[in-house]
Design a protein around this ligand. Structure first.
Ligand code: ZN
Length: 204
């Protein structure tokens, strides 16, 4: 079998460009700008532009090669890092360690996917979905992910491995709840027994 050739210099150049395009999930304009960089890098490697899927203002990207069932490569381009983090943590490669906001989660994974697919003799049978709100719990991309995953023969998520190189094969889920607790106002001096403290009730 032919050994795919990966160009490490180009791989790092691509990661650097993404790291230096800040993409905090809550800034939809920043996420849209980041999506354009991902689209351009991906098109350069894959030979085709992505579909841009804007849901609730969030820009997601999808490349599909050939018809389903696909092997789905799943990633995200938003990060948890607020604007200005780059002033504190610059992109750097020191003693073999890459640093920069979002490089671990999961910009390097995205770039590796582009390089890996480009190294295949053909991208036929691959779907690459890159979402823009994963760090918020995927509120606008969940339906997209579920629809693609349902059609897929396998799904590979591009989260980086841990320190010893162990592959991540499962993730915990998250749930978000909004709890509203309402108390009852009463005069503290005249009729304190009629009051209900919402905080104390919530603690109970
Ligand atoms: Zn991630």
């Amino acid at each position: 079998m032919r050994q795919p050739q990966i160009d490490l210099h180009r791989l790092l150049t691509d990661v650097r460009e993404l790291v230096e395009t800040e993409s905090p999930s809550t800034d939809l304009d920043a996420v849209a700008r980041s999506a354009e960089v991902v689209a351009r890098l991906g098109a350069a490697h894959l030979g085709a532009p992505p579909e841009r899927l804007v849901v609730d203002g969030v820009t997601h990207l999808r490349w599909r090669f050939g018809s389903a069932p696909h092997v789905l490569l799943l990633g995200h381009h938003d990060t948890v890092w607020p604007h200005g983090t780059l002033d504190r943590i610059r992109y750097a490669v020191t003693d073999g360690v890459l640093r920069g906001p979002g490089c671990f989660d999961m910009l390097a994974g995205l770039v590796m996917a582009f390089h890996a697919v480009a190294a295949l003799s053909s991208p036929e049978g691959i779907c690459l979905l890159v979402t823009g709100d994963e760090e918020l719990g995927s509120p606008s991309s969940r339906a997209l992910i579920e629809a693609e995953a349902r059609e897929a023969s396998a799904v590979l998520v591009l989260e980086a491995s841990v320190g010893d190189g162990a592959l991540k094969t499962a993730r915990k889920g998250t749930s978000m709840y909004e709890v509203e607790v309402v108390g009852r106002a009463a005069h503290a001096g005249l009729e304190p027994d009629k009051g209900i403290n919402a905080t104390v009730e919530l603690a109970h």
